[in-house]
Design a binder for this molecule. Structure first.
Ligand SMILES: Cc1ncc(COP(=O)(O)O)c(C=O)c1O
Length: 397
């Protein structure tokens, strides 16, 4: 059993804050401060360039990939970290398209995160006019999987509502129609149990700054099924994905397996912070995290609906098809969220009217949920959000 009191004690949470935004940016693991400090002074400071070998910096992308892999049901050696998630989406979709050269359609849904759609659109434009990004409603995805489709690109957990796609069923249906799958796990990794191997997934990508707590700008990850890893041709063929980067050959030869999905120099400082965050994940089992997350989200929904009738649930009511977040619609949602943040309850806002709250059992417990809903009741019942300072839109919402 995961000891959630012990995991909570490993985070540096500001006094008086109830942090319900770990689905956007996880909090600081206490050990990250000294780990990064030591890396800076002992490794960068003392070893200088020899740190790449002596401190093992070059092995960080795959080492961290394996640690993340445990949480998403990936085979050892099938995940590598680096770059941003948007870049990894591009890489995965480009590689998937090359595996299905006679087809020209990438299928996605309008619940997908816009950056995924933008990246796919940009990629398809560079490939030619006969390529198409087809976007359907989430509930129509299964029906739209036809033999015309090359790649199915979906985010498993909807970033706004928390609605989950059935990864196993859709992957099976895709394969039955000769379609390659790319799953975005940004709101899944560390939020819900994922079984990439069991689902027979082809490609998956995700980020490490949300539920995994790697810090702002932490590197993304990419998974390639081992059965495909020696076949895929990386479109972003950077030197560190080369078979022999330090041979400095003029022609590109992909590295072995997942190594070929590396692009350039890894962000070592950021990866050191992520390594500290992964130490906490080593104390947790995803099944426990999921069970606790469901308890917390159920409690939150029940209490908010009882106290704040003007908020309308925008997440699935059934916990089995809901990720680890709960969203409510409210026309003045932006102002209401600012009023909550001013009172120490931090969630976020997604246009046009979604108030979004993330539940992360590693550091959120029942007492936090009860206190947060008391504060919400006060803000809503007394219209505390109706003040000019809460209506000024900031750059990041
Ligand atoms: C589902 C999803 N995909 C892609 C992205 C883009 O990630 P990045 O900014 O790291 O490229 C995000 C960012 O929040 C996201 O939530």
């Amino acid at each position: 059993m995961t000891d959630f009191a012990a995991t909570k004690a490993m985070f540096d949470l500001p006094e008086g804050v109830i942090y319900l935004d770990g689905n956007s940016l996880g909090p600081l693991p206490k050990s990250a401060t000294s780990r990064v400090q030591d890396m800076l002074t002992d490794e960068w400071g003392q070893m200088l360039i020899t740190g790449w070998n002596k401190a093992g910096w070059m092995g960080l992308p795959t080492g961290l990939g394996d640690r993340i892999g445990r949480l998403i049901g990936a085979e050892q050696g099938s995940v590598v970290t680096g770059d941003t998630l948007s870049i990894k989406v591009y890489q995965a979709v480009a590689a998937a398209l090359e595996l299905n050269p006679s087809r020209k359609v990438v299928l996605s849904d309008n619940g997908n995160f816009p950056s995924d759609l933008y990246m796919a659109d940009g990629l398809l434009r560079s490939l030619g006019e006969d390529y198409e990004l087809r976007i359907v409603d989430p509930e129509d995805v299964a029906e739209a999987i036809t033999e015309e489709v090359a790649v199915l690109m979906l985010t498993e957990v909807d970033y706004r509502s928390g609605r989950m796609h059935d990864m196993k069923a859709l992957t099976e249906l895709a394969h039955a129609n000769g379609v390659i799958t790319v799953w975005d796990l940004a709101h899944s990794a560390g939020a819900i149990p994922v079984d990439l191997e069991g689902c027979n997934a082809d490609f998956a990508v995700g980020c490490t700054y949300k539920y995994l707590n790697g810090g702002p700008g932490a590197p993304a990850f990419i998974y390639v099924a081992p059965r495909l890893a020696e076949t895929v041709r990386p479109a972003l063929s950077g030197w560190l994905g080369h078979e022999a980067p330090f041979a400095f050959d003029l022609d590109y030869r992909p590295g072995s397996g997942i190594e070929r999905m590396r692009v350039g120099t890894p962000p070592v400082i950021q990866m050191t912070a992520l390594a500290a965050a992964m130490d906490i994940w080593d104390m947790a089992e995803m099944a426990d995290v999921r069970a606790k997350s469901i308890e917390l989200t159920e409690l939150f929904i029940t209490r908010v609906e009882a106290a704040c009738p003007e908020l309308q649930l925008a997440s699935p009511r059934t916990p089995e098809v809901r990720g680890s977040q709960v969203s409510f619609r409210f026309t003045e949602g932006y102002a209401a969220m600012q009023a909550l943040i001013a009172r120490g309850v931090i969630g976020d806002f997604r246009a046009p009217d979604i108030m979004r709250f993330g539940f992360t059992p590693l550091y959120i417990d029942e007492a936090d949920v009860i206190r947060a809903t008391e504060i919400m009741a006060d803000v809503m019942q007394n219209k505390l959000w109706d003040a000019p300072e809460y209506k000024i839109r900031q750059r990041v919402t």
